[in-house]
Design a protein around this ligand. Structure first.
Ligand SMILES: [Zn+2]
Length: 311
């Protein structure tokens, strides 16, 4: 039985939901497993589907990674490029049964890609998504301790921002064609002793006014914050277009190593949800998916893509 699979984790192929995204004017990659004698059919006015052949692997992999990570060098970018090349070389082998398909968007909407062998067929809905760009600023809090000395409230610093952006632009870029551009990242100082845990009142009154005017979104790093029980160790304020993330993130609900960036993505999920005027906060019960009230991850699903972007 043939099946579709993604080459890289969280790369916009939602095989379990028979759904994938392709950036408008761009392409995405999908692996077709057990592809012997399988015939592909699709809307040729809106899609172009071709096998990635051996001699094309380097170029296609580079182009794919460049369009999602930009030119910014990072370890993550290098690792992903290596993984993708390895995967594509695997499917380009003539003796293998899997095919690496490059799915190019030529039109708009949500055409279908069908793979049939005899009377059995599997299909993917291919959502052609317009790119959306938002600007984001980061603010790192300093305040006074009891003796009046200025101290850093957070362990994070502006030097960490390139990493935040690399991760966020994969989570939202590769999965739903939404990208964030940095406006600036700076320390801010509140000349008061605020204590180790920032209250919601203090945040609104003394910190939020220090947001970056003109940015679509400002993220505050304040150390610890009195987040509500319903919230994943942070908070998004729709009326201000700002959010706060606690230094530790939310280890119980995310995988190891994703607890912090996961909460950042969670709060940005609220921003994107509100931006489309969707009802409610955006929380849901689909375990293992971003914004879930239970266990979360950096993975989106078809419903979240539908909520955040449109074809
Ligand atoms: Zn939330």
């Amino acid at each position: 039985m043939a099946s579709f699979a993604q080459f890289l984790q969280d790369s916009g192929v939602y095989a379990a939901q028979s759904f994938m995204i392709v950036p408008r004017g761009g392409f995405n990659l999908v692996c077709l497993r057990d592809s012997k004698d399988v015939h592909l059919s699709y809307d040729r006015d809106r899609l172009q589907v071709e096998d990635v052949r051996f001699e094309q692997v380097e170029r296609v992999a580079q182009e794919y990674i460049n369009s999602r990570y930009g030119k910014q060098e990072s370890q993550e970018r290098d690792d992903q490029l290596l993984r993708l090349r390895t995967g594509l070389y695997g499917t380009a082998r003539l003796d293998g049964s899997a095919r690496g398909l490059k799915v190019v968007a030529k039109g708009v909407g949500i055409p279908e890609l069908k793979a049939a062998r005899g009377t059995t067929a599997i299909k993917l809905e291919v959502a052609i998504l317009q790119r959306k760009d938002f600007t984001i600023a980061f603010r790192f809090l300093k305040h006074l301790d009891q003796s009046g000395k200025v101290i850093n409230a957070t362990k994070w610093t502006p030097d960490d921002v390139p990493w935040f952006l690399t991760r966020l632009n994969w989570v939202f870029g590769a999965q739903t064609n939404i990208f964030f551009t940095l406006v600036d990242a700076k320390w801010i100082t509140v000349q008061k002793a605020l204590g180790p845990k920032i209250s919601r009142d203090v945040f609104r009154k003394d910190i939020v006014p220090l947001k970056r005017r003109g940015a679509d979104l400002t993220c505050f790093l304040v150390g610890d914050y009195d987040a509500m029980d319903t919230e994943a160790a942070g908070e998004y304020l729709p009326d201000e277009q700002v959010f706060v993330v606690v230094d530790q993130g939310n280890p119980p609900v995310f995988d190891l190593g994703e607890a912090f960036i996961g909460v950042m993505a969670h709060e940005i999920g609220h921003f994107l949800h509100h931006k489309r005027n969707m009802p409610g906060s955006g929380h849901h019960n689909r375990s293992g998916i971003l914004l879930s009230s239970g266990m979360e991850s950096l993975s989106l699903d078809k419903q979240l893509v539908t909520n955040f972007n449109a074809w």
